[in-house]
Design a protein around this ligand. Structure first.
Ligand code: ARE
Ligand code: CA
Length: 468
């Protein structure tokens, strides 16, 4: 099945129609983009292509990249997370390709969030990086020498052994990765120099990799040194009984909502969808939470839903976009059977991402955003931050409005479709289901009947009204 991304009606187009033919028709407000997507191990040229062809037209807000700096050599994806220098020369592309990608994304209205690997350098004894930099475990020419690293002395090999010990987590080594002394002003300055280089190329924000492994004061001091006011999203995985929690990093910016992602997976798998919009107690505050169904680590673990979960994963992705908690981040990566396997490369460079055309992609083929995910992201932009209203939960079915701007209905039953009549705040008229392009849905006197396919969804919004 080829990937078809349905064209979206723009608000401008609609405004024009509304003004000329039917002045009393409700105007669809300007889309408010908020949705992000992690394009895992997409090379820079492929990110640019995705910005122009899919993300821009569907009113996404930002793209999250894989790390851009020089790294160790190797076939595995995770070489990206072992920096060797801060040159923007990596398996994902050159500095020039990076610059062009940022420009293309910006031209398409898409912000660029870089993955900042700043807690550590490499985890191997030494070698030559992909841009030719010679290094050893604690020596990186022009950047760092042995005194710039923590040697925690708290465990036999200086590796983190116990996540309940804050000093270990922050000053010992995460899997042997040389741990930078991020409290030292010189180290902070060097890291900030790298991040400011990215800012100078137009980067709009940063994912702070392994933020848990740096004291929050250290992260704050580094972020202080960044020019402008970039988005900051810290990766602090919530772990039960651990002394370091995502809340410790909220003064600096936002965090990825790992706790939410785990709970949400349980809700969708268990079929009790009605709990999804209410999932916020014990979570980080909505305005600082970046939600996701999966990311590149959890995709290789067990704790969340993964693309290989098929329809359940798809339902979860669409429902995440519909609820009014957090800022959703979709995910696209490649199929693999070996968790270490990198994206297909030629001479050390990752090939342009090839989108799979079947539901069972071969290893190395990317599961690109599909038409439904793209249309639902456009739906999200159209409803903006309007709150959940008129919620109805009936067995495995969940439906709700977002203000008077959109309606979404979900069916978690694996075999039976569900038809339900709903009260809605949507203005009377005929609507298109943006997920199926069925344009025969009528809202009359604040009531609407929708038929939702098994493990499927229906989504209406005021930017996609039919002719009827
Ligand atoms: C690789 C090899 C190692 C080798 C090392 C050094 O796998 O065997 O020792 O290289 O040569 C990624 C990969 C790693 C890889 C690393 C460097 O996942 O396998 O190591 O790159 O190439 C913790 C951290 C969290 C971290 C996860 C993975 O808290 O920050 O572990 N996530 C980020 C990235 C990863 C990346 C790194 C950090 C390193 O997203 O992709 O690693 O830059 C509990 C705790 C969590 C803990 C989790 C797993 O849930 O609460 O805090 O996460 O367990 O241990
Ligand atoms: Ca550290």
């Amino acid at each position: 099945m080829p990937r078809l991304i349905a064209p979206v009606l723009t608000a401008t187009l609609l405004a024009v129609t509304a003004c000329t033919s039917a002045p009393e028709e409700p105007l669809a407000p300007e889309p408010q983009p908020s949705v992000g997507v992690q394009l895992f191990q997409y090379n820079w040229d492929s990110v640019a292509r995705e910005c122009a062809e899919v993300l821009g037209p569907n009113h996404f807000d930002f793209v999250l990249l894989s790390p851009a700096q020089e790294h160790i050599e190797g076939e595995q994806w995770w070489t990206s997370y072992q920096p060797v220098s801060y040159q923007l020369e990596s398996k994902l592309g050159t500095r020039e390709q990076f610059r062009n990608m940022v420009e293309t994304c910006h031209d398409s209205g898409i912000k660029v969030v870089a993955d900042a690997v700043i807690n550590h350098m490499a985890g191997i004894d030494g070698g030559v990086g992909v841009a030719g930099t010679e290094f050893s475990h604690y020596e990186y020419p022009g950047l760092y020498g042995p005194d710039d690293f923590h040697h925690c002395g708290l465990t036999p090999n200086d590796d983190i052994a116990n996540y309940r010990d804050q000093a270990q987590v922050q000053t010992c080594e995460l899997s042997n990765l040389a741990d930078l002394d991020t409290a030292a002003p010189g180290v902070q300055e060097t890291i900030a120099g790298y991040l400011n280089d990215l800012v100078s190329l137009g980067v709009d924000g940063f994912r702070i990799d392994a933020a848990k492994h740096m004291a929050s004061e250290d992260v704050a001091a580094i972020v202080e040194r960044i020019d402008g006011d970039p988005m900051i999203i810290s990766e602090v995985i919530r772990g039960g009984g651990e002394p370091i929690q995502p809340e410790d990093y909220l003064d600096i910016g936002s965090v990825f909502a790992f706790g939410w992602a785990r709970d949400f997976a349980g809700i969708v798998q268990g079929g009790s969808l009605r709990l999804a919009p209410e999932l916020r107690d014990g979570q980080v505050p909505s305005e600082k939470a970046y939600t996701f169904v999966t990311n590149h680590d959890t995709e290789r673990g067990e704790q969340t839903l993964n693309p290989t979960d098929g329809p359940t994963f798809q339902l979860a992705s669409l429902l995440m976009l519909a609820v009014d908690y957090g800022t959703p981040v979709l995910y696209s990566g490649y199929a693999f059977s070996d968790r270490d396997a990198g994206a297909p490369q030629t001479d050390g460079r990752v090939d342009d991402a090839v989108c799979a055309t079947s539901d069972e992609p071969a290893d190395g083929e990317f599961r690109c955003l599909d038409a439904q995910q793209a249309a639902m992201a456009a739906w999200r932009a159209q409803v903006g931050d309007a709150p959940v209203a008129n919620q109805l939960a009936d067995g495995r079915l969940l439906a709700f409005d977002r203000g008077a701007l959109g309606l979404a209905a979900f069916n978690a039953d694996k075999s039976e479709e569900a038809t339900v009549e709903l009260t809605t705040g949507l203005p009377d008229g005929s609507y298109c289901d943006v997920l199926s392009d069925d344009c025969s849905i009528e809202v009359a006197d604040g009531r609407v009947s929708v038929t939702v396919p098994p493990m499927g969804a229906v989504a209406l919004h005021v930017g996609a009204m039919g002719q009827g």
